[in-house]
Design a protein around this ligand. Structure first.
Ligand SMILES: Cc1cc2nc3c(=O)[nH]c(=O)nc-3n(C[C@H](O)[C@H](O)[C@H](O)COP(=O)(O)OP(=O)(O)OC[C@H]3O[C@@H](n4cnc5c(N)ncnc54)[C@H](O)[C@@H]3O)c2cc1C
Length: 320
């Protein structure tokens, strides 16, 4: 079939991986090593680009996250059946008339970015590994400190805040649970609800019993200097000294491109899957932050990618 985008024949792959974070890259590496023809499409917007160091990845503790991606991509592309393309996937649809009795075929359309060509390809299977996008609490200076002295992942950056006077700012209803977790690293913690985040009076008393104060007054901004955050300025003018800590973002999955495929989503927007990353739609798999149940960490995403690759390879072999 000639491609209306390029005029060339439409290329067919065993697997199209969408997203080149640790989940997609790890799956890709294992799939090309299983001699699968793999196209990886990535829009180059990694969520963790705000940070210079990532922690907790075995043998790579402290590595720059973009360096981890670069190394992963290099390892993937070293195999002859690997192909990487910088593009934003716009749609995936089932291909009518080309599906065999048991195995569906999909058409994937992607818009090239940074000078790369648009692509339209077909594939026997798809791995969704597009991660999350996040919205930080709407305070003017949060973004400036995010990734250096304000963090979202407690497991990733708790150690660097050990025994420091830290903050937790959030507007969600799980702040008490987050605060409890953070107290493993520092009990000098103040939870700022900005007048919005929900903490029951019983939870507030329980936190106070652990030395954790809840501050419900509205926030004007986080303040700081070149060394990082120095405090939180409230709308009434008082500034409470803090050296950094954690914010609770809201997360979104941005999966409009799979509309109509029959992939079930959970009420929180994540993709429903079984333990192996199999979704409700045959031929469509999921790994990484996009799927429950975390924690949202590089090594967890990479592990899920590897497990999913084994399952996809078996799926592609077909029944006995
Ligand atoms: C500030 C920050 C610091 C962090 N620090 C750490 C840390 O120290 N240690 C740790 O273990 N974890 C850390 N994390 C968490 C970690 O980054 C994530 O858990 C991990 O990157 C998830 O991997 P993923 O492969 O699921 O998705 P991602 O790494 O988010 O990759 C998804 C990729 O998909 C691409 N994509 C999205 N939509 C499309 C589309 N439609 N078409 C094509 N491509 C698309 C994106 O551009 C992106 O490259 C941090 C996160 C943040 C935000």
């Amino acid at each position: 079939m000639a491609d209306s985008f390029t005029g060339d024949a439409v290329q067919h792959y065993d697997v199209v991986i969408i997203g080149a974070g640790p989940a997609g890259l790890s799956a890709g590496l294992n799939l090309v090593r299983a001699r699968r023809r793999v196209l990886m499409l990535d829009s180059n917007r990694p969520r963790h680009s705000a940070t210079l160091k990532s922690h907790g990845y075995l043998s790579q503790d402290g590595i720059a996250p973009l360096e981890l991606r670069r190394k992963g991509r290099e390892e993937f592309e070293a195999y002859p059946t690997a192909e990487f393309h910088q593009a934003m996937v716009r749609s995936i649809t089932g291909v009518q008339g080309e599906a065999s009795e048991t195995v569906p075929v999909f058409s994937v359309v992607a818009k090239g970015i940074r000078g790369a060509a648009d692509r339209r390809v077909t594939t026997t299977s798809v791995l969704l590994a597009t991660g999350l996008t996040e919205t930080l609490p709407a305070l003017p200076s949060v973004r400036a400190f995010y990734g250096t002295s304000l963090h979202s992942c407690v497991e990733c950056d708790g150690w660097e805040n050990s025994d420091e006077p830290v903050l937790l700012i959030g507007e969600s209803d799980d702040l008490a649970e987050r605060a409890l977790l953070i107290s493993q690293w520092s009990s000098d913690l103040i939870v700022f609800t900005n007048g919005v985040g929900a903490i029951s009076e019983a939870d507030e008393r329980a936190l106070l019993a652990r030395g954790i104060r809840v501050e419900r007054r509205a926030i004007d901004d986080v303040v700081g200097d070149r060394t990082g955050v120095t405090g939180v300025r409230l709308k009434d003018g008082e500034t409470i000294a803090r050296t950094g800590g954690f914010v609770r973002p809201r997360w979104e999955t941005n999966l409009g491109f799979i509309d109509g495929l029959g992939v079930n989503l959970l009420p929180n927007g994540l993709v429903e899957k079984n333990a192996d990353g199999v979704t409700s739609a045959p031929g469509i798999f999921v790994a990484g932050d996009l799927s429950p149940r975390g924690p949202h960490q590089l090594i967890v995403a990479a592990g899920e990618g590897a497990r999913c690759a084994a399952v996809m390879n078996r799926y592609l072999i077909g029944p006995l």
